[in-house]
Write a new protein. Structure first.
Length: 564
């Protein structure tokens, strides 16, 4: 590949609307060009990187017994409606053909795979099965942003596992997690493996791999001991909070105009950690009162586990008024009846707190849980920075990440809705137990760039860089330099190295800047002065280190670097 003949449209400046480092550098490096909001063309460099990522994924999926298949981009509506995905998510592109049949464009693959399984898998003797594909997918993303981070068309490596029972699913799930771990390590990423969602019975249902970086939109609680979980699902202990001494009874005091915890903190001068936040929800038609520390947020996924249902919503103001006899802003647990009351565990053992008095514009001092009201102690809050890890007791840290992949155990009702069954060892028809897994290919590339760049450009890990190295002829109009460069180029290719030969009639400084920008791991430069000494210069992009190597040893030197 000669740069003089390649289409690599580098830019000195990034467009003003490029929001993130990866967006700016992919545009400046000539990797991508925008076609429409959330729709990008992969040019030569991006396509080569994506193909390398795809190759790694295929190798690791094949290593766990995965079988690659190709699913159509067009999907009939029936399978998606069978699991409710089309109606619930509302993010699929759907349309009608000339016969008024409804179709989805690039919908989630598990429905299509389950449709095939439903028609072909008959017996437990055919299990387990792991099918995967690498395919374009489409989502009607309402707010495309950040280049390749939030797209309407994107590349996914999707997999489904089909097993007879939960033990088989657990083994398939573990194999996928191990394979994905190897994928991300080979791609040179820093990543965490985080719990994300649980069943209503508390069983871990899904998890995700995520890459820490400042532009990420996905918050993960991480501990040095290795624990990681989605912030909404993280289990943690709140650091101790100071309580006032004394055993006095609750004491009412006026709080005119106070509606929020922040208002109450300003009015009283007390810390929100010494306040009880009272929320009212309606779950399956019945009121539920939720109590949290003033500075904490409710986790609705955790609440779903506690309630055993996802059919709940915040109460309307008039519903809270009927229950408490007071309007929002003055609600509290003391003297309350007629509702289930759930208290977050961060209120356990607390005393002399401030809470609403169930009388408008009035609050209570000296409220002590367990003495002045009773409630079910449960974990219902969102974890926070510097909470204590339940495993080791150290502080958790909240980290922004880019979500890379998802691993999900398809729940029982949804698995039955997919409609795929087999005969078990007793000849009884049972539903297949399904696992669903996916990796975003563009997200691997942008995570690598966000984690590895400097003021000069990208610093891509060798395994996913578009080329192994760049061979730069500093003066192509110099006969000896050009001859030596052509000879070295041929030798590197014979050794199986993927080389970009910068043979352009440009100044050396321009070539060096472009090479730094596109992030290829090594640059080997032939210039007249060093060539007269029988030397070439090898530059390592990640360390910015230079090393002079004898021309006759250059190929062996680079081969020993294990560039991929």
């Amino acid at each position: 590949m000669r740069w003089s003949q390649a289409f690599i449209p580098t830019l000195r400046e990034a467009p003003a609307d490029a929001e993130t480092a990866s967006h700016r550098l992919l545009l400046r490096g000539g990797y991508i060009r925008q076609v429409a909001p959330g729709v990008f063309a992969h040019l030569l460099l991006a396509q080569k990187s994506i193909l390398r990522i795809t190759h790694i994924i295929r190798e690791e999926m094949d290593s766990i017994g995965g079988q690659e298949i190709g699913l159509p981009v067009l999907s009939p509506s029936a399978p998606a409606k069978g699991t409710g995905r089309g109606e619930v998510s509302g993010d699929f592109f759907k349309f009608r053909d000339r016969n008024q049949h409804e179709l989805y464009l690039g919908a989630a693959p598990e429905e299509a795979m389950a449709q095939i399984a439903r028609g072909e898998l008959r017996s437990y003797k055919q299990l387990p099965q792991i099918w995967y594909q690498v395919q374009r997918q489409f989502r009607d993303e309402p707010r495309p942003k950040s280049g390749l981070l939030r797209l309407r068309e994107f590349a996914m490596a999707d997999s489904c596992s089909f097993d007879l029972d939960e033990a088989g699913l657990e083994a398939s799930y573990k194999r996928h997690a191990e394979a994905y771990t190897r994928v991300f390590r080979r791609c040179g990423l820093k990543f965490v493996y985080a719990r994300t969602h649980s069943t209503l019975t508390g069983e871990n249902l899904s998890s995700e791999f995520a890459a820490p970086c400042d532009v990420g939109e996905y918050l993960v609680a991480v501990c040095d001991c290795g624990y990681a979980a989605n912030l909404q699902m993280a289990e943690a202990k709140a650091p101790p909070a100071h309580d006032k001494a004394g055993d006095g009874p609750p004491e009412a005091f006026p709080t005119p105009g106070v509606k929020t915890i922040d208002d109450l903190a300003r009015f009283t001068g007390e810390s929100p950690t010494r306040m009880i936040k009272t929320l009212v929800y309606i779950a399956e038609g019945q009121p539920v009162v939720l109590l949290l520390r003033g500075d904490h947020m409710l986790s609705e996924p955790k609440l779903a586990m506690v309630l055993g249902t996802e059919a709940f919503r915040p109460a309307m103001p008039e519903e809270a008024l009927r229950l408490h006899g007071a309007n929002l802003g003055s609600l509290g647990p003391v003297g309350l009846s007629g509702a289930r009351v759930i208290s977050d565990r961060s209120l356990d053992g607390r005393r002399n707190l401030v809470a609403g008095a169930n009388q408008d514009e009035t609050h209570l001092r000296n409220v002590t849980p367990g003495r002045d009201f009773t409630a079910e102690p449960r974990d219902i809050r969102v974890a926070a920075e510097d909470d204590l890890c339940l495993r080791c007791g150290n502080h958790l840290h909240v980290t922004k990440t880019i979500e890379l992949s998802n691993l999900a155990k398809v729940g029982g009702s949804k698995a039955e809705a997919l409609g795929a069954t087999v005969l078990n060892q007793q000849g009884k028809e049972v539903p297949l137990v399904v696992g669903s897994y996916g990796i975003g290919l563009e997200r691997i590339l942008i995570a690598a760039i966000e984690q590895n760049h400097d003021a000069d450009g990208m610093i891509l890990p060798g395994a996913i860089a578009p080329f192994d190295l760049i061979l730069t002829a500093a003066q192509m109009d110099d006969g000896p330099v050009r001859t030596a460069a052509e000879k070295l180029y041929a030798e590197l290719q014979v050794q199986g190295l993927d080389v970009l030969f910068d043979d352009r009639a440009e100044r050396p400084g321009v070539k060096f800047k472009d090479a730094d920008l596109i992030g290829v791991p090594y640059r080997i430069t032939l210039g007249r002065r060093k060539l007269d000494q029988g030397l070439v210069e090898v530059f390592e992009r990640s360390t910015k280190g230079f090393e002079d190597v004898k021309l006759e040893n250059a190929v062996r030197f680079l081969k020993e670097k294990d560039l991929r």
